[in-house]
Design a protein around this ligand. Sequence first.
Ligand code: ADE
Ligand code: ZN
Length: 321
Amino acid sequence: MVKKAELHVHLEGTATPALVRELAGRNGAELDPTTFASDGEFRWDDFWDFLKCYDKAAAAIKSIDDYRAVTYDYLRRCAEEDVIYVETFSSPDHAAAAGMSYVDHLEGISAGIDDARRDFGIECRIIVTCVRHLGASSATQVARQVAQNPHPYVVGFGMGGDEAMHHPADFAPAFNIVHEAGLPTTNHAGEFGGPDSIRATLEHLPVVRLGHGVRAIEDDQLVEELAEKAITLELCPGSNIATGLYENYKSHPINRLMEKGCRVTISSDDPPFFATSVGREYEQTAKAFGWNEATMQQITQNAIEAAFCDEGLKEQLLAQL
Ligand code: ADE
Ligand code: ZN
């Protein structure tokens, strides 16, 4: 099987409904009953409702050991699909809402990474994210925590949340704090925003990758610019289909973006919410476009080359391909 690498997945969004229920039961957290549908899966009906459902599920992750369990369980599932490297987003704002400190949430995630490496041989690093719709001052607070608490597994900074809220320029102070601390950055842009949202991100934030960036396809000149600047796109086809951006894998722009010279990668974003996994994303995308194993392996190589981890780890990962 083709070895895989993932650059874009939200850790709180990897917890399955079963794990969320188990954690809530264990730590006495009250789960909002609207979190789940009658079949037991997460219940949401559009992107904004998904963001709310995400918050409700994340509220069950309340302790260092909960974060360890969520990380370990996700990496176990990834290793079963020949994923060799995961770069996961963590959200200190969600951790804080559940009563946890920045340092404690990282301790839990790091323990999960260490345990998964020991048991499954998979590697993982962390990109700390802020949440766009919480505004610039929350983002700056998160950025300060990142800069003031260097951690060997924290390799980057990013921003998720509602792309329609605020302007990228508002977040320049936050992004510049981590950039000046020497960490690379990525931002969700061109998911629910169009080409202008991507242009504003490139103009105001020191990003080297884009979360999604898929809607660049609506502007040929922008696609050329992304290819020329070698900005890696963290594409998540199944996520885009689940949230209604595209009808199916065949109509997703990933193949066209690749043919136009963009550096594309494949990720799962929030797998149990979108009924997917890294393995399924590779498989469905390859099937839709008739990709062979060499193309899939190139996607993995793109991801490792664009990863935010250190060069030594990249060499080890590339040697496994
Ligand atoms: N947070 C979790 N998943 C997200 C997504 N797909 N877009 C923006 N923010 C998110
Ligand atoms: Zn995302």
